[in-house]
Design a protein around this ligand. Structure first.
Ligand code: V55
Ligand code: FE
Length: 485
């Protein structure tokens, strides 16, 4: 067999060094404070780890096999479990005892036996809808996961309802209506311009499906929703199949192409789509979208340039890294100029934006994010009051970093912002993690509980909270209360 040795890529050093192991820890130590009463349920997180060294020097952090994590809060205790997602590619590689998949999303660089395999690593997020839990990656169908054991149940087309070849890793679960809003891009295969918007009802039945074409074969990592319009941003990170077939990057940064935004009617069809455009820019993540009369506001972590410098230009140029800033893009349906207006919302750079999920697509007051303001490489959890512009910050300490937070309402009908923030903290110097519980009303007061992990939760991208009640019933019991705290 081939020796197991990872390359000198900085990805595999320090905090990023591959874990390649699964954990089961019942009753984690609570080293500070106490788990709040009423916090009963499971935080599911998904990330990437490295099953085998690729033997290449071009690995990127968004690749790697899905490692699915759960933190179960039950009667004041928290238990942790992590499991590989047993995708088709994970299973093939486990049998071969080596990497068979090459460059990110590029099947032309796979080992011959994997040339026609499904490419999905299921490494990006967790989704719970209509009683089912899934691990998602945007280039393949969902994989269903057992919510208690994290065993992989299998690849799912949701009862034959996903005719696209792919499915987003940024679905929007409306916890008020229990609808699932989702999409698939490059939906008829690698390099295709096809995109489809999917709306599923509370029981998981397909309720709307709108196919249309993107201006180019974009990377559509995230989207946003409102009560009437679904917002699809297209940034010029574009797939060129001639390049892919030669073993090149799956996406290339095209600064001479425009940013386009399509507004698709939430309950209508493709004839109602409206288009907007502006200069090249990019983003991974949307915080929210809201409709205000004839205007749709899209709040996102915007890069005035290329958000992924490892994707070069068609000329092979590496573009300089640019910081993401929370920005409001406004699209006016009453105007015919199709322009995108831009307004900065925060001077500090930030990523992984979240809200109280009950307010996705609805007028909202609070945003939560990872803020980058420390020269020492540490990061903090922020809460932005969109009404006053005030940013509250909780920092884990020098050198330590936070991962994306999860807002949990204190009660199903709590006011907006009244709840907890669950924050995975990377104790970089100690090579292990904590899970911190903040009171979302006062994050600067510091954690109400710090739950210690003896292991490293090395990288997670996104996740979701499933209360004990939701797990039992399959439905979210949340209600909208008017106003915020
Ligand atoms: C992104 C993340 C991905 C991916 C493509 O943040 C884009 C953007 C975690 O995986 O495959
Ligand atoms: Fe993402």
């Amino acid at each position: 067999m081939e020796p197991i040795r990872f390359s000198d890529n900085a990805l595999f050093k320090g905090w990023g060094s591959p874990m390649r192991s699964e954990s089961t820890i019942d009753g984690l130590e609570v080293i500070q404070g106490a788990v709040p009463e009423g916090l009963e349920g499971t935080l599911y997180r998904n990330g990437a780890d490295w099953q085998y060294p690729s033997g290449r020097d071009d690995d990127i952090f968004i690749d790697g096999e899905g490692m699915f994590h759960m933190f179960r809060f039950e009667d004041g205790q928290v238990s942790y479990r992590s499991r590989w997602v047993h995708t088709e590619r994970y299973e093939m590689q486990a049998r071969a005892r080596r990497a068979l998949f090459g460059r990110y999303r590029n099947r032309y660089t796979n080992a011959p036996e994997a040339a026609n395999a499904n490419m999905g690593s299921a490494n990006t997020t967790a989704m719970f809808h209509a009683g089912h839990l899934y691990a998602l990656k945007e280039d393949d169908h969902p994989y269903e996961i057992d919510p208690d054991t994290l065993a992989t149940i299998g690849r799912s087309d949701m009862n034959g309802q996903i005719s696209a070849r792919t499915f987003t890793a940024h679905p929007k679960l409306d916890p008020i209506t229990n609808e699932l809003l989702a999409f698939a891009y490059q939906a008829r295969g690698d390099g295709t311009k096809d995109i489809v918007y999917y709306l599923f009802d509370k029981d998981g039945k397909l309720a709307n499906e709108v196919w249309f074409e993107m201006p180019y074969a974009a990377c559509v990592h995230d989207f946003a929703v409102t009560d009437e319009w679904i917002v699809f941003p297209f940034f010029p990170l574009i797939t060129d199949m001639d390049v892919v077939k030669k073993g090149g990057n799956y996406f290339q940064w095209n600064p001479d192409q425009d940013t386009h935004i399509a507004l698709v009617p939430r309950n209508g069809d493709a004839s109602g789509i409206r288009w907007f455009k502006g200069p090249a820019s990019s983003a991974g993540h949307m915080m929210n979208a809201v409709r205000e009369g004839s205007k749709v506001h899209l709040d996102l972590c915007l890069y005035e340039g290329n958000c992924f410098p490892f994707f070069t230009t068609p000329q092979g140029e590496v573009t300089p890294p640019v910081p993401p800033f929370l920005t409001r893009m406004t699209l006016d349906l009453a105007s015919n100029d199709g322009a995108i207006a831009k307004e900065p919302l925060l001077k500090v750079s930030c990523e992984m934006p979240r809200t109280d999920d009950r307010y996705q697509g609805r007028p909202y007051r609070y945003g939560y994010m990872i803020v980058y303001r420390s020269p020492d490489g540490s990061s903090s959890t922020g809460r932005l009051d969109m009404e006053t512009g005030k940013l509250d910050v909780w920092s884990p300490g020098p050198g330590d970093t936070v991962q994306e937070c999860q807002f949990v309402p204190r009660r199903p009908d709590a006011l907006e912002g009244d709840g907890w923030l669950l924050v995975p903290v990377s104790r970089v110097s100690e090579g292990r993690s904590d899970l911190v519980v903040l009171d979302a009303l006062d994050i600067e007061a510091g954690p109400v509980a710090t739950v210690k992990l003896p292991v490293r939760v090395r990288s997670t991208f996104h996740g979701t909270w499933v209360s004990a009640e939701t797990l039992a019933s399959g439905q979210y019991p949340y209600e909208l209360s008017s106003g915020s705290v």
